[in-house]
Design a protein around this ligand. Structure first.
Ligand code: ATP
Ligand code: MG
Length: 298
C-alpha cells in the first residue's frame, strides 16, 4: 500500500479538509479482517521479538485524535499483536497536581519506552498544544506567567521537535498518528455511546461540550501537524471514519517502520558460541545418566 500520501511532509502547510476522513478504494472490510490485517499482525509480532532481543532501539507510537475517533480500538485491534512483555500503553489524562508541578514533558519522559520496548501513548505531550491551547489553560497552571509569551505555541512546537529529535538520536524512534474523523461520524459514535448500554461507560458529558470546540481543535491540529512533522518523527493523518481501514493502515505503517529499523537477533559472544557444542553434549549426557539410573533401578 502507498502509505506516503497519509504522511505529513515537514513544514508543509496543512489543511485538514484536504485529508479525507474516509476510504473509498478497492479494499473491502472482509478481506482486511480475514486476511490482510491478521497477516500484518503476525509479521509485527515477529519483528517485535527481534526488536526485544536486540535491545538497542525503542519505538514510541503516539495516538492523538478527537473524542471517539477510535484510539482505544487501534490499541485493542492492532497492538494486541504485540507481546505484553516489551509493550507499554500509557493513557494521558488531565495532569495531576504533581504533574502540574513539573514541566510538561516530565510525565512523558517517565513513560518513554526502554530499549527493546514499544511504547504506545494514548494522548501525549501534544495535549499541551491542543486542549491547553483551545481552553487557554496555561493561566490556571503552575508555570510562571512571565514565561507565557505570545509565541508560546511556536516555542512548544520547537521544544517538542527537539525532544523527539533527541529521542531519535538516542535510538528511540517516534511515529505519530492523528486519527482523522468527520464531525458527523463522531456524532454517530457519541450517539452509540448513549444508546448502547454496553457503551455507556465510555460516555462523558465533556464529549458533548468539547464538540462545540471542533473548529478550534481542527485548527490547533493543523498548526501542530504543520510544525512538528519531521523526518525523524513523522505525523500520519489516518482516515478514521471506517474503523477497519484505519486499523489496517496503521498496521501497514508500523510494519514499514519496523522493516526500516530492521532489528536483528543478537549473536552470542564468540567464546560462548564456540562452547555451544560442549553444552549440548553435557545436556545429552545428562539424559544418558538418567536413563542408566532408571535401568539400574529396574
Ligand atoms: P475516549 O476517546 O474514549 O473518550 P479519552 O482519551 O478522551 O478517551 P478521557 O478519559 O475521556 O479519555 O479523556 C482524557 C482527557 O484528558 C481528555 O479530555 C484530554 O484532553 C485531557 N488531557 C490529557 N492531557 C491533558 C493535558 N496535558 N492538559 C489538560 N487536559 C489533558
Ligand atoms: Mg474522552
Amino acid at each position: 500500500m502507498n502509505t506516503k500520501s497519509y504522511k505529513v511532509e515537514p513544514q508543509k502547510k496543512v489543511n485538514l479538509k484536504d485529508f479525507s476522513t474516509t476510504y473509498d478504494g478497492d479494499l473491502t472490510k472482509e478481506e482486511v479482517y480475514e486476511t490482510l490485517l491478521p497477516k500484518n499482525l503476525r509479521k509485527m509480532a515477529e519483528y517485535q521479538e527481534k526488536f526485544y532481543a536486540e535491545n538497542q532501539r525503542g519505538l514510541l507510537i503516539v495516538l492523538q485524535a478527537m473524542d471517539a475517533a477510535g484510539k482505544d480500538g487501534i490499541i485493542k485491534h492492532v497492538f494486541t499483536a504485540l507481546n505484553p512483555q516489551g509493550t507499554q500503553v500509557t493513557s494521558f489524562k488531565q495532569p495531576s497536581s504533581e504533574e502540574l508541578d513539573h514541566d510538561y514533558l516530565w510525565r512523558i519522559a517517565k513513560a518513554l519506552p526502554a530499549r527493546g520496548n514499544i511504547g504506545i501513548f494514548n494522548r501525549s505531550h501534544y495535549e499541551d498544544v491542543l486542549v491547553t491551547r483551545v481552553h487557554n489553560l496555561l493561566p490556571l497552571q503552575q508555570i510562571p506567567q512571565s514565561l507565557v509569551s505570545d509565541d508560546i505555541w511556536e516555542q512548544r512546537f520547537k521544544e517538542i521537535s527537539s525532544f523527539e529529535k533527541y529521542l531519535g538520536n538516542n535510538g528511540i524512534k517516534v511515529v505519530k498518528f492523528f486519527l482523522h474523523v468527520s464531525k458527523d461520524e463522531q456524532k454517530e459514535r457519541l450517539l452509540e455511546r448513549i444508546d448502547r448500554e454496553d457503551k455507556n461507560w465510555k460516555f462523558s458529558s465533556s464529549d458533548i461540550s468539547e464538540r462545540e470546540y471542533w473548529d478550534e481543535y481542527q485548527k490547533a491540529y493543523e498548526d501542530l501537524l504543520e510544525n512538528t512533522s519531521t523526518k525523524e518523527a513523522p505525523w500520519y493523518v489516518i482516515p478514521a471514519d471506517k474503523k477497519w481501514f484505519g486499523r489496517y493502515l496503521i498496521s501497514e505503517i508500523v510494519l514499514e517502520i519496523m522493516e526500516e529499523l530492521d532489528p536483528q537477533f543478537p549473536e552470542l559472544p564468540k567464546g560462548e558460541k564456540e562452547q555451544l557444542s560442549k553444552w549440548r553434549e553435557i545436556l545429552l549426557g545428562d539424559e544418558k545418566d538418567e536413563e542408566e539410573k532408571e535401568k539400574s533401578k529396574g
